[in-house]
Ligand binder design. Structure first.
Ligand code: 13P
Length: 263
């Protein structure tokens, strides 16, 4: 399960930031910053996860200007259509060329009381619509102190992968809750320890082949100054970036982590 060819993925979770007009300016700026720097998109994949109300606009821009960014939603409904006020179907995301959808972010688990079972149902909904679920797991500080660094994430991922076929394309994001938006970043060794345990869960649930090709991201206070140290770890295949994904130059520098000294 060592280093196979997993294309690194740098994903920007905008959360509830940037309206659709700001999104246009931001995506253009990010595109030109990367282009000017000579970024080769076949080396590192870039994905943006705007708010729902921006997605149509961002899709149009990406399409018109041939911008090689993947697009994703920040959540989706467990249902496909019907009387579910306020919900967004995976079918709608797919229609807008979204390739990915974030599922089970800790902010949704905390503020919207999403359970592991809800997360599992959303993973199934994503797969029904041919979207790659970015399954987020991670422990709070209290949970880490109580049950160690890996137990919570391992259990969350086990449930999320129940019923997922072995050939399904999924992405896993390890985001320790205590490192999100706090500036208190996990160490590369801490990230590696959990990401490696998560790869073992993928192996047990979906098989060795799936474990070898599934990308596992780290998220939590990722910046241009620390990304390279995470990417050196064998089981970290990219990053899910919050705050730093809203600043074009900073996010571009994260995408271009291979250019940083020592990598
Ligand atoms: P920050 O990068 O702002 O810590 O957020 C991480 C995150 O939650 C990405 O989904």
């Amino acid at each position: 399960m060592g280093s196979v060819t997993r294309k690194p993925l740098i994903a920007g979770n905008w959360k509830m930031n940037l309206d659709h007009l700001q999104a246009v300016a931001f995506v253009q700026k990010l595109h030109w910053t990367l282009k000017d720097a000579g970024h080769e998109h076949d080396t590192v994949e870039v994905a943006v996860f705007p708010p729902f109300t921006d997605i149509r606009t961002v899709q149009t821009l990406i399409d018109a200007d041939k911008i090689p960014f993947a697009l994703g939603g920040q959540d989706l409904s467990t249902k496909d259509s019907g009387a579910y006020t306020g919900e967004i179907s995976g079918a709608f995301l797919k229609k807008l060329d979204a390739g990915y959808v974030i599922i089970g972010h800790s902010e949704r688990r905390e503020y919207h009381h999403e359970s592991d079972a809800d997360v599992a149902a959303k993973v199934q909904a994503a797969l029904r619509h041919d979207l790659v679920p970015v399954i987020c797991v991670g422990e709070t500080l209290e949970q880490r102190e109580e049950s160690g660094p890996t137990a919570v994430s391992v259990e969350q991922l086990k449930v999320a992968l129940e019923g997922v076929p072995a050939d399904a394309d999924v992405v896993v994001a390890y985001e320790p809750v205590w490192a999100i938006g706090t500036g208190q970043v996990a160490s590369p060794e801490q990230a590696q320890e959990v990401c490696s345990a998560l790869r073992a869960v993928v192996a047990a649930s979906l098989g060795d082949e799936a474990a070898a090709r599934t990308r596992i991201l780290y998220g939590g206070s990722v910046k241009s100054g620390n990304i390279a140290s995470f990417m050196r770890e064998p089981d970290v295949d990219g990053a899910l970036v919050g705050g730093a994904s809203l600043i074009a130059e900073e996010f571009a520098a994260i995408v271009r982590y291979q250019k940083h000294v020592g990598v």
